[in-house]
Design a protein around this ligand. Sequence first.
Ligand SMILES: Cc1cc2nc3c(=O)[nH]c(=O)nc-3n(C[C@H](O)[C@H](O)[C@H](O)COP(=O)(O)O)c2cc1C
Length: 363
Amino acid sequence: MALVCVSDYEKKAAEILPKSPWDYYRSGSGDQITLKLNESAFNRLRIRPRVLIDVSRRDTRCNVLGFDLDCPVAIAPTAMQKMAHAEGELATAKGTINTIYTMSTLSTSSIEEVGEAAPDTNKFYQLYIYKDRELTKNLVRRAEKAGFKALVLTVDAPVFGPRRCDIRNKFELPQHLRLANFTDEKLIVQSAGGSGINEYVASQFDPTLNWNDVEWLVRFTKLPVILKGIITHEDARLALQTGCKGIIVSNHGARQLDTVPATIEALPEIVKAIGSQMTVMVDGGIRTGTDIFKALALGAKAVFVGRPVLYGLAVDGQNGVESVLKILQNELDSAMALAGVNKITEINDKFIAHESTFCLSKL
Ligand SMILES: Cc1cc2nc3c(=O)[nH]c(=O)nc-3n(C[C@H](O)[C@H](O)[C@H](O)COP(=O)(O)O)c2cc1C
């Protein structure tokens, strides 16, 4: 059967992948309330299309943070991609040449390998801050040297959220894979009885991370810093004072604190607070062109996708990643045509209404 939308890729990936990696990729934390909400909250928003507008000059190209992109859809960092496909991060980086590829610190290919494999891709490096600051500094310097163009500092992971599937599966990296940015024998993802990745994070990541560390990083690196994992206007306002260049409104794909808002619900208060002063982007639950249209209408300058890319990668490596991105671009183009829009910058909040606006009992 032809795979024509992201959910087709999701179903196919579920057939292909072994249980433990599939559960790791797909699941969220706790009761997975926010996991469901991230996708379903989009369905509570309605697009208000305009008609009789010449839409023959449509163009999904845009400029985000100074980068010219084919479409405002970028790649979120996701860990351990070689569990999905033998080429892992290298296939993803090569498949995302016309947008932004973000590489996870917890990758199964090294910074240098990705830098070499995809010299023409706009590459961002996602950073976790380790208790070992020398190791952290070294990661930053390696990313700078390998041609990465921004750092994405993840700020919502002092510890990892309780992902029950991983605990049940005693998740660990398959024997033939390793976290490729580290040579230290201790830095492996192996279960000591629970989820190997949560155990790794608890022993390695710095839970004292705070706003001073963000300022330190901004001073330390030559690269622009983007904060990922902000979902309140209070934190967005604090981000403004750090010298970082943008934020990604994210709840880590619903893998951290369960029952937080869907990111599309959190986006408006953040855009209102800081949208005129800083680039605000969003990830979480984006699966269709209409989802992208809605996020842009609510003020995001770009969206990031996590799981859809893993599904494409699992199904067909680099080709699968490219197909998923093409599907999203085509669906966005179609939504623009049918909503009466030619340019990304024309999409605004007049095109969107919450379902409560249409409450028939109010009539
Ligand atoms: C399997 C998986 C691994 C992830 N690994 C990381 C990571 O290493 N660093 C990080 O900042 N976020 C990580 N995330 C969160 C994503 O960057 C992103 O916020 C999330 O996937 C977006 O939601 P979506 O999957 O619904 O598109 C991961 C998400 C998934 C699903």
